[in-house]
Ligand binder design. Sequence first.
Ligand SMILES: [Zn+2]
Length: 261
Amino acid sequence: MNVKTLFTSTAVVFSLATSVALAAPHWTHEEQSDWGGISDDTQTIAPLMYPYAECSIGRHQSPVDLAGESNAKQLNTLQTQYVTDKSDFYNSGHAVQVNTSAGYKGQLKIGNDLYPLIQYHFHAPSEHVIGKKTFPAELHFVHVREDGRMAVVGVLLQKGAANATIQTILDNVSPNAAEHNPDTGIEINPNTLLPHNASFFYTYAGSLTTPPCSEGVSWYVLAKPVTVSDAQLSQLKALYSDNTRLPQNLNGRIVTGKISK
Ligand SMILES: [Zn+2]
């Protein structure tokens, strides 16, 4: 699969509700306990009739409660090698999102593995929790490698000083679902959305947190939060609030932490 195809398929995966070509059934966060049972009435063969079955039957689902992590100092280093981009501000129908431009060179480096950054988006409140503590919002940086492997970096947002880049995103995303705004010429460096110290994180094996809830996603949730102002949170939540999946059972998985205490 070439990169161009991957960009397309990734965009489809993360905007199912709006990809008419796939005729993926509509879903909402309100009905999350029943995602696995949503049927695709255009299909007649059993597995295809329930395209989101993994949301219910998967054993490695996301998000999770990160507390109780086992500390490991020898984990691979996480390097967010992001660069400036003229991005597409996108209202996905489920979240405020920014798509990187085609050929974008920003990437995540884990050990010797490189994962290109495809898009990032917000959830409010946070999806990952720490000892049942929920944060006001969470940012997900979605990276997809050429072989299809995915890694997502989560950044927890807490109330505090405003973040200038978040303001730019909020001011340029359309209020209308499925609408793109790719031609503002505004340059964004996703690094400005990360905490100053991004070397501490929780990691575990999980899934997409929205249908089809595909597993095989490597999660890295940064231990240090980033601040967002009250006004910015209100602006975000006026677009999407409660676009959050509840924590899922670990089912024996271990959350590993590289965390300063
Ligand atoms: Zn997400």
